[in-house]
Design a protein around this ligand. Structure first.
Ligand SMILES: O=S(=O)([O-])[S-]
Length: 102
């Protein structure tokens, strides 16, 4: 059983319309996040991770965003192991999202 699903930028844009409860976590460094991030994304890091997991609704879909869609895959696997049922990794990461929104 796969632990996460790949999501394209256009699929994410659709999901944002249809799943208002969607959680988006951005695992890039704080400076990159501050420079620009997807609306509603939470900047997840090692310091706030435990707190985030403790507070999160694990039944809701969650999308992991990194720079280019590589490290988000291991983070997505990790979040699935922690109990999130529906985990997605954004293919191409924030850079693909940004390109689609220029
Ligand atoms: O963030 S990244 O691992 O895709 S470079």
């Amino acid at each position: 059983m796969s632990t996460f699903q790949h999501l394209s930028v256009s699929q994410l844009m659709q999901m944002q319309q249809t799943s208002p409860e969607l959680q988006i976590v951005d695992i890039r460094d704080a400076a990159s996040y501050e420079t620009g991030h997807i609306d509603g994304a939470f900047n997840l890091n090692n310091e706030n991770l435990a707190h985030y997991i403790a507070d999160a609704d694990m039944d809701l879909p969650i999308v992991v965003v990194c720079y280019h869609g590589i490290s988000s895959q291991s983070a997505a696997t990790y979040l699935n192991e922690q109990g999130f049922d529906e985990v997605f990794s954004l293919d191409g990461g924030y850079s693909a999202w940004h390109l689609a929104h220029l």
